[in-house]
Write a protein that binds this ligand. Structure first.
Ligand SMILES: Nc1ncnc2c1ncn2[C@@H]1O[C@H](COP(=O)(O)OP(=O)(O)OP(=O)(O)O)[C@@H](O)[C@H]1O
Ligand SMILES: [Mg+2]
Length: 257
């Protein structure tokens, strides 16, 4: 894990702020996120982790009254410019949420849906995408004999891996994971963690987690947020052994939050 190269920035923000109405929820964030690494966001409930994460794929646009100021660039491109093609942005960035949210469709259709919508029409091509995505999400062996059964018949942990497979079917370069394992049992959680470590070879991963052990196990860098502010971001081992800020130390040692 420590061999990951950490000097190739893919996402950078400059004084990024997010307001809900008049309330400033995320304050002047300046952050660089590294390519093909896992970056973990930690911090107490309500500190702005999900809000900041949603800036990366502009999901905050969908929330009435939410306003973003400052700059966020992906590979040097200012993604809040008016002329940005949202379709392209969403294709480049996959997202997985706390609760698995498969479509009310078959396992196959959950994954084939977006590629078909974006122009892949041939059945044989879709079959390849479905198999590859399920293999990458470490789910293929468990579902290959029931691809046309409902996705809702899968266990929670399997549904979450299906949601990851659905996200990677579009071949994104960035995966945003908002507490993807917090509703799962320890075995399913371990599978998701193994999967994240494999996927970072190909994708840049940003994960919100309340589980410090999880952040320590899987991330290369960790960012600690408190009341809308970024307190610090550093190599994960530094954050957990010698944090630069006293507030970080208090949080990770369980003294608040
Ligand atoms: N849709 C919304 N409308 C108004 N305020 C919101 C909205 N979503 C979040 N907030 C507020 O913004 C702040 C940051 O919330 P956010 O959900 O980003 O926190 P979080 O760190 O992800 O918390 P948690 O760990 O509980 O998921 C909170 O004060 C929250 O109440
Ligand atoms: Mg959240």
């Amino acid at each position: 894990m420590n061999e990951t190269i950490l000097h190739d920035t893919i996402i950078s923000t400059d004084d990024l702020c997010v307001y809900y109405g008049d309330k400033l929820a995320v304050k002047n964030i300046n952050m660089e996120i590294q390519r093909n690494a896992v970056t973990a966001f930690i911090g107490p409930s309500g500190c702005g982790k999900s809000t900041f994460l949603r800036c990366i794929n502009r999901m905050n646009d969908l929330i009435p009254g939410c306003r973003v100021t400052g700059k966020i660039e992906i590979d040097g491109l200012d993604i809040n410019q008016k002329q940005i093609r949202m379709e392209g942005l969403r294709q480049m960035i996959g997202m997985v949420f706390q609760r698995p949210n498969p479509f009310f469709k078959s396992i196959f259709e959950n994954i084939a849906y977006a590629p078909r919508f974006h122009g892949t029409k041939k059945k044989a091509d879709l079959e390849v995408i479905v198999e590859q995505s399920l293999r990458k999400a470490a789910l293929w062996d468990e579902v290959k004999d029931r691809l046309h059964e409902s996705a809702l018949a899968l266990s929670g942990g399997q549904q979450q891996r299906l949601c990851i497979a659905r996200a990677i079917a579009m071949e994104p370069s960035i995966l945003l994971l908002d507490e993807p394992a917090s509703a799962l049992d320890p075995i399913s959680t371990a599978k998701i963690e193994d999967l994240i470590l494999e996927l970072k070879e190909e994708y840049t991963i940003v994960i919100v987690t309340h589980n410090m052990h999880q952040a320590a196990r899987i991330s290369d860098e960790t960012a600690f947020f408190l009341m809308g502010e970024l307190i610090e971001k550093d190599i994960t081992s530094n954050i957990f052994t010698a944090p630069g800020n006293k507030k970080t130390e208090e949080y990770i040692s369980g003294r608040f939050g």
